[in-house]
Design a protein around this ligand. Structure first.
Ligand code: NAD
Length: 353
């Protein structure tokens, strides 16, 4: 991994792992020196707010259970109004990337500290990146203000993640690490984290699929999520993330499922240009990294074809236009024709090289 010139960044974050670690949330409030918590969840996970109010006692001053996919700005403003009305001095985000996104949007507007308790592997808790949507347009910003201060990774919370979400969320996380391996601004440390994050998922996911409540394997998968998310926060992404952003933003395809399907194809495409940088993937998943990831996804029951997500074949031309319209850096030059070809294979569920 060594390269003679590099710049490394790391955020100051307190990260704790352990089955049941969520019950220490009030101690974390003490460490931060805060007294008044607003608890955030999605409507589907509102039950978690009851549980966390129990851990915080009178220091839970309220809850907002309206977190939504893609962090809509109107929802963030509503939650920020509540923060101000309640004079909250910390947000506790309990959930996946959507809930974490809401906590970050509040932090951007108020500078409040965040305690994040992830229940998926998306990895947003480990980055200073915030994606927000307004009037159907998604924009992304990076700021130290939105980087969460404390993360509590509790294996018990992902132990109940349904298996279809488990595998797609894991592949979503692995995509951050896979693209991190060839990032232009990678450092030896980001590459080490990427390889270890991928290894953690390679080893833990099959065990989880066999025994979903295996807390040791679930804990290892969260360790993978932390590493992969940290890589995402430190280095730039390329073709894979661009394609998923286009498919999610313009065709409303679900986030984690889209990542799961595109990953082997994007990596197979780029492996032809940077085989050396992707050699760790080949070591972990088999000689051809795209085909190896495809087989790993299939063995673990992931969705394999964009057509199964409801994308029609007639949308592929427009998707290729959009994904190749604005030039962006990628280790292999991206042409419209190549993107169209890749999307066709991902749509049909074909095995990449
Ligand atoms: P999500 O947070 O949207 O969750 C999907 C659904 O699953 C929600 O209804 C949620 O309540 C439910 N859920 C979550 N955990 C559960 C559990 N353990 N058991 C049962 N149900 C559960 O999905 P996600 O994939 O975690 O996050 C996707 C979002 O995060 C996207 O908007 C993406 O852009 C964003 N994201 C941002 C970053 C970043 O760095 N800014 C990184 C990764 C993802």
């Amino acid at each position: 991994f060594f390269r003679p010139d590099f710049t490394a960044r790391s955020a100051s974050v307190r990260v704790r792992f352990g089955a049941g670690i969520r019950r220490t949330v009030a101690e974390e409030m003490d460490t931060l020196g805060v007294q008044r918590a607003l608890i955030l969840t999605t409507p589907q996970q509102a039950g978690m707010a009851d549980e966390f109010e129990g851990y915080c006692g009178s220091r839970a001053v309220g809850r907002f259970t309206g977190a939504a996919m893609h962090t809509p700005v109107d929802v963030s403003e509503q939650a920020t109004d509540l923060v101000r009305a309640l004079q909250a001095d910390v947000v506790i985000s309990v959930g996946g990337g959507s809930t974490t996104g809401l906590g970050k949007a509040i932090a951007l507007r108020t500078d409040l500290p965040q305690i994040v308790v992830p229940t998926t592997y998306a990895g947003s808790e480990a980055t200073g990146i915030l994606g927000q949507t307004e009037k159907g347009v998604k924009t992304t910003l990076t700021s130290p203000k939105v980087q969460p201060e404390v993360i509590l990774y509790d294996a018990e919370l992902v132990a109940t993640l349904p298996l279809p979400m488990t595998v797609t969320s894991a592949l979503n996380a692995m995509a951050h690490a896979a693209e991190g391996l060839y990032a232009r601004d990678r450092s030896p440390i980001s590459s080490l984290m990427a390889v270890e994050g991928l290894r953690a998922f390679r080893d833990s996911l099959p065990k989880i699929m066999a025994k979903p409540d295996d807390l040791t394997a679930r804990g290892e998968s969260l360790y993978g999520a932390w590493l992969c998310g940290t890589v995402l926060g430190q280095v730039g992404m390329a073709l894979h993330h661009k394609l998923c952003h286009t498919l999610g933003g313009s065709f409303d395809l679900p986030h984690a499922e889209t990542h799961a399907i595109i990953l082997p194809h994007a990596i197979g495409f780029n492996a032809a240009a940077v085989p050396d940088l992707l050699a760790p993937l080949a070591d972990l998943f088999g000689a051809a990294p795209g085909a190896g990831l495809w087989r790993f996804a299939q063995q673990n029951g992931a969705p394999m074809a964009l057509r199964d997500l409801g994308l029609s074949e007639s949308d592929l031309d427009r998707a290729a236009d959009l994904a190749s319209a604005n030039p962006y850096w990628n280790p292999r030059p991206v042409t419209r024709e190549a993107v169209r070809h890749l999307l066709q294979a991902a749509w049909a569920g074909d095995r990449p090289n």
